[in-house]
Design a protein around this ligand. Structure first.
Ligand code: MAN
Length: 524
């Protein structure tokens, strides 16, 4: 009885293990490797076992090749035939685990699995048909884009040729205008030389007079202060002048005078001119109301000094006299004043603006001719520059990689947006990518056109050197391009901080259906 049962089970097991001589879990095209007569050689050559060991539930080969239809070998694979759909390998561990993995249910012996291969096949066929339709529509549009691109390229090349010709002419015009300008300016300069010389002489005379006036002013003050007329100014002579009361305590102290005299006991007139006068001058000017001390801006100080100590005999008159001379003072003098500020007397540069000389008619004519020649030269130069600019722009566009058949060229400059919860992303093809917050905030540059790169084995666009990420790299965006019946920015993500990934569909990426390699730009 027991032997009978074992025999029946063995027969059943054989029936399950071998379908039409093909062991379970083996594709038709590999069946010859599992011949039932003789020994079975493990695929990795590690050992040779009797054929009866195939699918016996014990793992004999290290590579699991002896157990294609059981879960005995951890490294083995089971083949789902999936008749009516697509056959596929699954891991051996999924065999007979109670879960249907193959669409034909062949991986499960001990439970009933519904065969869904037909339904899957129908769905896959429908999807393939829809995809084929998109590719076919898209590739028609792509052909139009290629045609458009060809026209655009021809137009650009044509325009470039014209511009190059115009440039040759423009260069000649500029050269002529430059020569004309140089000649006109030479004649103008020659005519103006005499006026410039005159101007220079007047200027030198003015400077000489100003220096002389300044010297005389200091000299008069020196004479006035040198009360014993011994040609030297000493502490005692200065002490009597109330204007030297720097701290306004009502007394002129030795220390105050020593500050004026630079700690010297007495000074000669030469030393007075070269340095001492510079210390004293502001106080005289204050006295005359020509100088405002920095902190006080208080008229009383000057008034007090005047009341307490007039400048001495002839002092005031002398100052009045000096005041007139000061009107012509040079800027240098006012700079040397040291403290406070001098009320400006002249124009900004401290010099009275010289009146335009009266030019003779011939000079005026030459000046006008030179002005015109300069303006003509500027115009010719600008014309040449704008030609050069357009030439370089066209050359740049002509050298841009718009795909193997220029199919992306008509899309250059077109922009597409995608909005997510936080941002509005904008992709301007062959130009740049930006990100603008939906609420407040300024636009962030996520990269400028860099070129084609490979991503996931396919060609993609790279926009890099965007705005720097806080504490991180410059932002960059990779745009995966796929075939679609129209242009659309499908999705945007940020897989790594400040590295953005976009999916863009476009007919430009739809290669004709008969092309077995549907990879976009693989040949790029
Ligand atoms: C902004 C955006 C984000 C980015 C952070 C980085 O908020 O550009 O996409 O992750 O800056 O600080």
């Amino acid at each position: 009885m027991y032997i009978e049962q074992v025999c029946i089970l063995f027969m059943l097991s054989l029936a399950v293990h071998c379908v039409n001589d093909i062991p379970r879990g083996v594709p038709y095209n590999a069946s010859s490797l599992y011949k039932t007569a003789g020994d079975f050689n493990c695929f990795d050559g590690s050992s040779s076992i009797p054929s009866s060991y195939i699918n016996d539930g014990y793992c004999d080969c290290a590579d699991g090749s002896d157990e294609p239809g059981t879960s005995a070998c951890p490294s083995g694979f089971f083949y789902c035939i999936n008749a009516g759909h697509v056959g596929e390998y699954i891991r051996s561990s999924l065999v007979d685990d109670g879960i249907c993995d193959c669409c034909d249910g062949s991986d499960e012996r001990y439970r009933r699995c519904e065969n869904i291969c037909g339904a899957l096949s129908d769905a896959a066929r429908a999807e393939a048909e829809a995809r084929a339709k998109i590719i076919s529509t898209g590739s028609e549009v792509r052909q139009k884009l290629i045609h458009q691109a060809r026209q655009m390229r021809l137009q650009k090349e044509d325009r470039l040729r014209k511009l190059e010709e115009e440039k040759v002419e423009a260069e000649k015009l500029k050269e002529a205008a430059e020569a004309h300008k140089n000649a006109a300016e030479e004649a103008e300069n020659a005519a103006l030389q005499i006026y410039r010389q005159k101007e220079e002489e007047i200027k030198q005379e003015r400077i000489r007079k100003e220096k002389e006036d300044a010297w005389r002013e200091a000299h008069n003050i020196f004479i006035n202060l040198d009360s014993n007329q011994n040609g030297l100014l000493d502490v005692e002579e200065l002490k009597v002048k109330q204007i030297f009361d720097r701290n306004k305590d009502g007394e002129v102290s030795d220390e105050e005078i020593q500050w004026y005299l630079e700690l010297k006991e007495d000074v000669t007139e030469d030393v007075f001119h070269s340095s001492i006068w510079q210390h004293i001058k502001p106080f005289y000017m204050m006295e005359m109301g020509l100088f405002t001390p920095p902190e006080t801006h208080n008229e009383n100080g000057a008034q007090d000094a005047e009341e307490e100590e007039p400048l001495g005999e002839g002092g005031k008159e002398q100052v009045d006299e000096d005041e007139k001379q000061d009107d012509d003072e040079e800027e240098d003098d006012s700079e040397n004043v040291g403290e406070g500020e001098v009320i400006p007397q002249n124009n900004d540069e401290g010099e009275p603006s010289p009146a335009e000389p009266e030019y003779d008619p011939r000079t005026l004519e030459l000046m006008e001719a030179a002005k015109e020649a300069r303006s003509e030269f500027d115009s010719s130069n600008q014309a040449l520059q704008s030609l050069e600019q357009e030439i370089s722009q066209i050359k740049e566009k002509l050298s841009l990689d718009y795909g193997p058949e220029d199919e992306f060229a008509p899309l250059d400059g077109q922009c597409f947006t995608h909005t997510d919860r936080e941002y509005i992303y904008k992709l301007c093809l062959f130009n740049q990518v930006t990100q603008a917050p939906k609420s407040d905030g300024s636009e962030i540059r996520l990269g400028a056109w860099s070129g084609w790169v490979e991503a996931n084995g396919k060609s993609a666009m790279l926009y890099d050197k965007g705005q720097s990420c806080w504490n991180g790299p410059q932002r960059s965006t990779t745009v995966l391009v796929e075939c679609g019946s129209d242009n659309e920015l499908l999705s945007v993500s940020e897989p790594n901080k400040c590295e953005y990934l976009m999916q863009f569909k476009t007919p430009a990426a739809c290669k004709p259906i008969e092309d077995p390699d549907q990879g976009l730009h693989d040949e790029l």
